[in-house]
Design a protein around this ligand. Sequence first.
Ligand code: PEP
Length: 249
Amino acid sequence: MRKPLIAGNWKMNGLRAGLDEISGMGRAYTPALRARADLLVCPPATLIHAAAAAAIGTGIAIGAQDCHAASAGAHTGDLAAAMLFDAGASAVILGHSERRTDHRETDAEVRAKAAAVLAEGMTAIICVGETRAQREAGRADAVVGRQLRGSVPAEAPAARLVVAYEPVWAIGTGLTPGLDDIAAMHAGIRRVLGRLLGREAAKAVRILYGGSVKPANAGEILALADVDGALVGGASLRAADFMEIAKAA
Ligand code: PEP
């Protein structure tokens, strides 16, 4: 029912020369694979337009990593959802832990940004996840529940809402939670979404796992119930690794 989504987050990496990787991904994204999994690459904003051009005809969608909540105005250095759409993005990652930390983004800000993205007809990928200290204190469920209640717009259309569970301590560290912990958290996220959006809508929301997904561990993670794809950082920079993960879906 839910087609897996494999999304790549290039973070602050990539110059135009790196767009060859998108061409390489496109060559490996065969019709059979397209039928089984959606592919999205989120390069830095400077590359969105060129990446969208490189992705034409490949079936790969291009996304952004953040946006401003307002549609235009006096916000030097910021980008509105409509601008990202105009450049070729069809989705935006919101509330990544690096933005929550580096820019002190709050749940309310993430929700306002998500509402702006959804109003533009784009897909909102809302990131949630606990820190190591929060998990060790037994507070992971509570933290993620609070982030969901604060970050997901009440009227979000399920088909264009994606939630990414990314334990902060697993991002870029090579560490991952146990498979049971991932499965339990994803089931819990769907229960919370059921309370926020209604049970039927919640069944249609794709919930991605993110945090040190690599070709070697993608298969076992993507096989878990309620894991509907992956948000991939480091391993999305190279076509070969990213496409191995896509094939695992
Ligand atoms: C991320 O930044 O969203 C991420 C999951 O990074 P990595 O795959 O490198 O852990």
